[in-house]
Ligand binder design. Structure first.
Ligand code: 0RA
Length: 646
């Protein structure tokens, strides 16, 4: 947790440049960028924005900043302006460097990074900006402090062009920091920001910091309209927002906040009439998609409180069994946001909170505060219990349906679905499953595949929309049964990612509207019923090329419009027309193999969930009942339909 005291030095003075501990220069960042930002691809690129905004958000959490402006510039830069205290400008006597120069050119002593690039120290100032500087071809920082404006510029990964300069007085009353950076294309594979990704992240920041105003503007061509994110209700608004794409069970949102010496917990809960559970954890503003102690604490106390309440009110009879946690959480939408010193991030993607003290804090807070809320809101309490009771009945029905599926198609060997053309290898790490739309494309894929490692499962037409069905109904659908059996790791609560038979599950669908619909249906199924499959990065989308053309005797395939533009730039004399490939059906099996399946030539998109809550919302809107809302969503996102951050 960042508190005001954190920035007051031991001597009791104001935090200034002399208090910044200095470790080392920026070479390690340029040598091993992945260590600091997770990857050098798109997600790493956006991590740079996050690192800069994080510092401004820290200022806000400490109570010194109320507004952050993020702008994507026409020339490829990104500017982040806040109205915080401003990075210290005075010169540190030991290092003879200004605070600004230290913050931007030295890896901070307190900074530690996990494998995925998450900041493990959470809430420390001046940690991330130097990393951003190291990975930028140019960076300009401006600070308004004590009535003066200072400026410093860096090039080529953090080389200062001169010293921190006093450029004049600050505009009237202005205070704060402005960082503008241009990511370095010689290190990053991708330097084109995606407005949508940045916006999602900013929205989450705004939800987690009640009252903080974040303005987003994209000045590039074809950009979405400017957005302002500001939520007076904080995570209560977050929950309302998530449930707005669903049908809330009642209007109120249960909310409580408890702050103690060791940390702070804030919870907001609401139920909807749907069947999914949406429980999102954050620690120091970082999304913990793998859960952790805060989420465990909430779940445990929730089960306990709701059962006690149901018994106390006679809503659960003496001879009836306790409600299970999963029954109570059906249709629940909850945010648990904790702030703590020294958060420990664990797990595969360093997105699981490990601090055990937080478990008991969340548990105690929930036991006390949620019980109070239920006492004060008996009609809501009754609705929650009656929904959970229905869920428990459906759970029994689903178990029976699952058992029936299992009997029909045992998970191993001989019981594989008839339509599956399996690969020979039994090593899941090498094995790939292509889910192919339609029997004819399925036939081509079978011919084109590498039989050792590539399995093909054709699926016909539209699979069932799982967003609108409970598990028992889903499991009666043949396409879903075949998928569950082929992947071999179960489904729903019983899904065990360790048992998956293929480490790459690849959706191969057309690039047209029908193809994207089927892709969305499949992703929804995976996201809702096999979430670890997505979380652990086993789900991919194949990318059949959109264009082909001929150079001499050779047929060339180009994956998308930017690829076609690049090709034209590289071949200015190219005269041959481009044909637009409409679908998998237009390619013969050899073409399909060469362009889309062969490891040497294909490009796969890995599906990942950075902001699980937002992905959940996209899922609900795209697959739910509200047609108007879906239309609007598609219109809003038309330039770039992004789903689950692919
Ligand atoms: C170190 C100390 C103080 C503020 C900051 C860093 C700071 C860094 C960034 C980066 C972006 N915006 C920022 N705003 C502030 C505290 C300074 C004081 O005590 O006056």
């Amino acid at each position: 947790m960042t508190t005001v005291e954190d920035h007051v030095t031991a001597a009791g003075g104001r935090y200034s440049a002399k208090d910044m501990s200095v470790l080392e220069g920026l070479e390690p960042v340029r040598k091993r960028p992945g260590m600091y930002i997770g990857s050098t691809g798109l997600s790493g690129l956006h991590h740079l924005v996050v690192e800069v905004v994080d510092n401004s958000v820290d200022e806000a959490m400490a109570g010194y900043c109320t507004q952050i402006d993020v702008t994507l510039l026409v020339d490829g830069g990104c500017r982040v302006v806040d109205n915080g205290r401003g990075i210290p400008t005075d010169v540190n006597p030991q290092y003879r460097l200004s605070g600004v120069e230290i913050a931007l050119t030295r890896l901070h002593g307190g900074a530690k990074f996990g494998g995925s690039g998450y900041k493990v120290s959470g809430g420390l100032h001046g940690v991330g900006v130097s990393v951003v500087n190291a990975l930028s071809r140019r960076l300009v920082v401006e600070v308004d402090r004590d009535g003066s404006r200072y400026r410093m510029e860096f090039v080529d990964g953090g080389k200062p062009l001169g010293k921190l300069e006093l450029v004049g007085p600050s505009p009237r009353g202005r205070r704060g920091t402005s960082v503008t950076f241009w990511p370095d294309a010689s290190i990053l594979e991708e330097v084109n920001f995606r407005a949508q990704t940045v916006m999602e992240r900013l929205q989450v920041y705004a939800f987690l910091n009640a009252g903080l105003q974040i303005n987003f503007r994209d000045e590039r061509e074809g950009a979405p309209a400017p957005m302002t994110y500001c939520y007076k209700g904080g995570i209560v608004d977050f929950v309302k927002h998530l449930n707005a794409s669903k049908d809330p069970l009642f209007k109120k949102v249960a909310y409580f906040k408890v702050a103690e010496e060791g940390g702070e917990v804030e919870v907001a809960l609401q139920w909807n009439t749907g069947y999914n559970e949406g429980l999102y954890g954050f620690a120091n503003g970082i999304s913990t998609i793998e859960g952790g102690t805060h989420v465990e604490g909430l779940k445990k106390a929730l089960t306990n409180v709701v059962n006690k309440y149901a018994r106390g009110r006679g809503l659960l009879k003496e001879k009836e069994e306790n409600l299970l946690g999963e029954d109570i959480r059906e249709g629940m939408c909850a945010i648990v946001s904790v702030k703590l010193h020294d958060p420990q991030f664990e797990g595969q993607t360093k997105a699981k909170l490990g601090n055990t003290s937080i478990r008991s804090l969340v548990e105690r807070a929930t036991n006390e505060k949620l019980a109070e809320w239920l006492e004060e809101n008996p009609s809501e309490g009754k609705l929650i219990i009656s929904k959970a009771v229905q869920a428990s009945r459906a759970r029994v029905a689903a178990r029976e349906a699952r058992e029936a599926t299992r009997r029909k198609s045992p998970l191993e060997g001989a019981g594989m679905p008839g339509k599956l053309t399996d690969c020979r290898t039994r090593d899941p790490r090498a094995a790939e499953l292509f889910i192919v739309e339609g029997d004819s494309a399925g036939g081509s894929a079978v011919r084109a595949r590498d039989p050792e490692t590539q399995a093909i499962l054709p699926i016909r037409g539209k699979i069932l929309n799982v967003e609108r069905a409970r598990l028992d109904k889903m499991l009666k659908n043949n396409e879903i049964q075949a998928l569950v059996a082929a992947i071999g790791a179960g489904v729903g609560e019983e899904f065990e990612v360790a048992k998956v038979r293929y480490h790459k599950v690849i959706i191969l669908a057309d690039a047209d509207v029908d193809g994207s619909h089927i892709r969305t249906l499949l992703l929804t199924l995976f996201f809702r019923q096999m979430k670890p499959l997505v979380e652990e990065g086993h789900v991919y989308c194949a990318q059949p090329p959109l264009f082909s053309t001929v150079v001499g005797k050779e047929k060339i395939y180009l994956k998308d419009e930017p690829a076609r533009q690049r090709f034209l730039a590289e071949h200015p004399n190219h005269k041959t027309e481009f044909s637009r490939l409409k679908g998998l059906g237009e390619m013969d099996w050899e073409e399909l193999g060469n362009t889309t399946m062969d490891r040497a030539h294909r490009t796969l998109l890995r599906v990942d969930i950075e902001q699980a809550a937002i992905a959940d919302e996209a899922c609900s809107i795209l697959m739910g009942d509200d047609v108007e809302q879906r239309k609007q969503f598609i219109i809003d996102n038309a330039t770039e339909i992004r789903f689950l951050d692919i």
